[in-house]
Every structure is written in C-alpha cells, then in structure tokens.
Design a protein around this ligand. Structure first.
Ligand code: ADP
Length: 245
C-alpha cells in the first residue's frame, strides 16, 4: 500500500506514520529525516541543506527528488510505503506522479491530517519544550521564527496539493485535532476499507467484502472524515456501508 500523509508542521504526520509502519509493516519514508541525515554530512551540500532547514524554507527540489528516488528504489519500499513530508509542492507532486507512472504503480491514499493553523505554533513549541525537558534533542527549526516560515511554506506551497489530490480521487481527510489514538483509528479504517489489495473492494457482493468488514459495502467514495463516518454508520440493509467487525 502506497500512502502519502499530508498536513502542516505539527499535524502529527510523523507520529501517525510510525504507527502505520508498525501495524502494516511498510516503511516510513520521511524526507525531513532523509534531509536531516544529508545535513549532518560535512559537505558543501550538507551545510547548505542544514542552513535551509534551520530557516524553515524548503530545500531545493532536485535534492529532495534525488533522495526520494533513491529511497523508493530500495527493496523494502517495493510493495508499499508511507511517505511523510513529500510531495510538498505541486511540482514535486507532478514529478512523483511521473515516477510512479514509470514504475507502473499508483498511490492508494493521500491522507490529509487537517489541523487549524492557530494550534500549530502551540503544538510545536510544546513539543520542543518537552523534548528539552526530557533531555532530548530539539530540532533547530522548532523555534518561533523558523516555524512561521514553515507554516507559511505549508499554506502557500503544500496546501494546494489538497485540491490536486482531491481531483485525482485519492484524498481522504482526517481531523488531526482529535486524540492521537482516534486519528490512528480513522487512518486504519481508511486503509482497511479502501484496501486495493482486496479484489473488488467496492462490490456489494458478500463474497468480496473488504478486510475488516462484517457487513456489505457498496459503491461510494468518502473523501472527508465526515462522509467517511456517515458511511461507517450507514445501515448495511440499505445496500451501502461497511460495518467493521
Ligand atoms: P515538518 O513537517 O514538521 O515541517 P519535516 O521533518 O517534514 O517537518 O521537514 C523539515 C524540513 O525539511 C522542512 O522545513 C524543509 O526544510 C525540509 N523538507 C522536508 N521535506 C521536504 C520537501 N519535500 N521539499 C523540500 N524541503 C523539504
């Protein structure tokens, strides 16, 4: 299963990606982590990446693209991955589509963790403070100044991807303000219900029920958390909806 997690800094992408990795045994590909590794190298490129990341701006496309192409080609990512932090611009998304197309594969889900901007600053400042109190490392870009740049970059360059993927029918939205476990539960439900590895997932035929469903399911396309939960509550007797076991 190939999944992209979309959402602003502080939305919880990293946390949810790790949970998906543990539950479904697909690798977590974080461009932030890849670039932080590149930044730790004492090379000219490493220094440049480090500077850019500390400022909160986006690292130039060719570098990110190269890192993603290299990582996705590794054997553990052949049958699936959860991507966190990429694509982050329309241009990266178009390049990524081309790459997947060349490989003859496609994205199963782009899951947006929706969080209002006002709470992001607070969340990240708290995260940095807690990391410091626990004696852990605080990210060089988890400060007010860089955070504002990161949030602006999200609004201007990444948020347009929501419409981009919605128009391709792969977008699902989850309310990222819910408790962490509820967000995870909703993501898992999306993955189970729309599991493309289950043949004819959208059939009403009982013999082709999607994994995790005890009742029948029919043609529908949930593209928002609200729609999704109404599908979950729908009466199976009416010929639509999937009731989880
Ligand atoms: P967050 O989502 O909390 O901002 P990440 O770890 O995903 O954190 O990203 C940290 C930084 O890494 C970004 O601010 C940016 O400088 C760089 N980065 C990560 N992914 C990309 C990308 N796809 N394109 C450009 N820069 C990126």
């Amino acid at each position: 299963m190939r999944i992209v997690l979309l959402g602003p800094p502080g939305a919880g992408k990293g946390t949810q990606a790790k949970r998906i990795t543990d539950a479904y045994n697909i690798p977590h590909l974080s461009t932030g982590d890849m670039l932080r590794a590149a930044a730790s190298a004492e090379t000219n490129i490493g220094k440049k990446v480090k500077e850019t990341m500390a400022s909160g701006k986006l690292v130039p496309d060719p570098l990110v693209r190269a890192a993603v192409i290299e990582r996705i080609a590794q054997s553990d990512a052949r049958h699936g991955f959860v991507l966190d932090g990429f694509p982050r611009t329309i241009s990266q998304a178009v390049t990524f589509d081309d790459l997947l197309h060349t490989e003859g594969v496609e994205l199963d889900h782009v899951i947006e963790l929706h969080v209002d901007e006002e709470v992001l600053l607070d969340r990240i400042v708290t995260r940095a403070r807690e990391a410091a109190q626990a004696g852990g490392a605080v990210r060089t870009d988890d400060n007010h100044e860089a955070l504002k740049v990161r949030i602006d970059a999200y609004r201007e360059q990444t948020a347009p991807l929501i419409d981009y993927y919605r128009s391709r029918n792969v977008l699902k939205s989850v309310d990222g303000l819910q408790p962490v476990d509820s967000v995870t539960e909703q993501i898992f439900q999306i993955m189970e219900l729309f599991d493309s590895s289950v043949p004819n997932t959208r059939s009403t035929n009982a013999s082709t029920l999607p994994r995790g469903c005890s009742k029948r399911w029919s043609q529908t396309s949930a593209t928002s958390a609200q729609q999704f939960s109404s599908i979950m509550q729908a009466e199976p007797g009416r010929g639509y909806g999937c009731v989880l076991r």
